[in-house]
Design a protein around this ligand. Structure first.
Ligand code: FE2
Length: 346
C-alpha cells in the first residue's frame, strides 16, 4: 500500500494506493495542490480512481470537482452531502474498493451533517471528526455537538484503540496519532458525559474561518473560487511589466492602446497618461464602439492587477488577440512615482 499525507497549511490530504493494481484514491484534496497530487500519483506509478471528501469543507477549497473533470473519475461523499457534483454517495458500513484496498465508510456526523471517517487496514482517516488533541468544531452550518458526541464516544472510540488516526486537519504538524493516545490525552475527549461535552463545544468561541462563505459556496455548489477565476484568466493572457509600459508610454509607442478599466472617479483622480477609460462593468457592451480595431495591441490596467487580468482575458475571448494585462496596477504605478495624469478623459 502506498500512503502519502500532503499538508497544505493545516489541511491534510491523503493519497492511498494499491501496489497490486496501481489504483489510488485521493482524499480531501485542496485546490492549490492539484499539480502536487498528480505528480505524487505519477511518482508512485498510481492512477487516481476515486476522489473523496470526508465532508463539506468550510475552511478551504476542495479540489475534488476540478480533478474529477480532469481525470474523469468519480467524486465520492456521504449521502448527506448536498454538492451536486458528487457521483457516488455512500453510507455507513459500505466500502469503496481501491484495487485490493478496502476503504470502509463510518458515518460520523457532528462536525457537519455529512461527515464520515474512512477506515483503511490499521488506520482511520478521521476527517474533522477527531483531530490530534482536538475535534472538529460544531458551530458552523449543519454542525451538531450532540451528534459529534455519539460519533466519537459511541462509534470511533469504540474501535480498536491501536488504530492510527490521520485527521483532515493537523495544525501542530504532528502527522498522526492513535485512538489510544487520543483517548488518554485529547482534552476534548476527557468530557465523556454528553451534557458536559455539548456545553464545552458550545463555549469554544472560535473565530470564523477566513473563507467561510466562499468555501461553502464553492464546495457545496461546485462553483469556482475567485482565485480559480483569476488563475484561469491569467493563463489566457500575457502580461507587461510596469517598467516596460512606462518606457513605451514615454516613447508614445504607436499602435499601443492603454485601457483603464477602473471606475470613472478613479480614472479622474489619476491615470496613466494617454489611457482610455472603459470600466470593466461596461466592457462587453461598449467594446465594439470603443475598440473598433480588434487587431490593435491593448494594454489593460486596473488598481491592483486582478480586474485587469479578467478584463484582458475577456477581450481575448472576444477576439482582441493582442490584449495584454499590466503586471501590477495603478496603486503600484503611483507608488513607484511613475507619471500620471489627473482630470478629464483625453
Ligand atoms: Fe471541516
Amino acid at each position: 500500500m502506498i500512503f502519502e499525507q500532503v499538508a497544505t497549511g493545516g489541511c491534510q490530504s491523503y493519497l492511498v494506493g494499491c501496489d497490486e493494481t496501481c489504483a489510488a484514491a485521493l482524499i480531501d484534496p485542496e485546490i492549490t495542490q492539484i499539480d502536487r497530487y498528480l505528480a505524487l500519483a505519477n511518482k508512485h506509478g498510481m492512477r487516481i480512481r476515486f476522489l473523496i471528501d470526508t465532508h463539506t469543507h468550510a475552511d478551504h477549497f476542495s479540489a475534488t470537482q476540478e480533478l474529477a473533470r480532469r481525470l474523469e473519475v468519480p467524486v465520492i461523499m456521504h449521502r448527506q452531502s448536498r454538492a451536486p457534483f458528487v457521483d457516488m454517495r455512500v453510507d455507513d458500513g459500505e466500502m469503496v474498493l481501491v484495487g485490493d484496498l478496502r476503504l470502509r465508510v463510518l458515518y460520523t456526523p457532528g462536525h457537519t451533517r455529512d461527515s464520515m471517517c474512512l477506515q483503511l487496514a490499521d488506520r482511520l482517516l478521521t476527517g474533522d471528526t477527531l483531530l490530534i488533541g482536538g475535534t472538529g468544531r460544531t458551530d458552523l452550518p449543519t454542525g451538531d455537538a450532540s451528534a459529534l458526541y455519539d460519533s466519537l464516544f459511541n462509534r470511533i472510540l469504540k474501535l480498536d484503540p491501536k488504530l492510527l488516526v490521520y485527521p483532515a486537519h493537523d495544525y501542530r504538524k504532528q502527522g498522526h496519532s492513535t485512538l489510544e493516545r487520543e483517548l488518554a490525552s485529547n482534552p476534548r475527549l476527557q468530557k465523556s458525559d454528553r451534557t458536559a461535552f455539548v456545553e464545552m463545544m458550545g463555549n469554544l468561541n472560535l473565530n470564523m474561518p477566513t473563507h467561510l462563505t466562499e468555501a461553502l459556496r464553492t464546495n457545496m455548489s461546485g462553483g469556482k473560487t475567485v482565485a480559480q477565476l483569476l488563475g484561469e484568466a491569467a493563463s489566457k493572457v500575457s502580461f507587461m511589466s510596469m517598467e516596460e509600459l512606462k518606457s513605451r508610454v514615454a516613447s508614445d509607442e504607436p499602435g499601443l492602446l492603454v485601457l483603464d478599466v477602473r471606475e470613472r472617479e478613479a480614472y479622474l483622480e489619476g491615470h496613466i497618461p494617454g489611457a482610455k477609460l472603459l470600466p470593466r462593468g461596461q466592457l462587453e457592451l461598449r467594446v465594439n464602439q470603443e475598440l473598433p480595431d480588434p487587431t490593435r495591441r491593448v494594454l489593460v490596467y486596473c488598481d491592483l492587477g486582478k480586474v485587469s487580468t479578467l478584463a484582458a482575458a475577456t477581450l481575448r475571448e472576444m477576439g482582441y488577440a493582442r490584449a495584454v494585462a499590466l503586471d501590477g496596477g495603478m496603486v503600484a504605478w503611483s507608488e513607484a512615482g511613475y507619471p500620471e495624469k489627473a482630470g478629464t478623459e483625453p
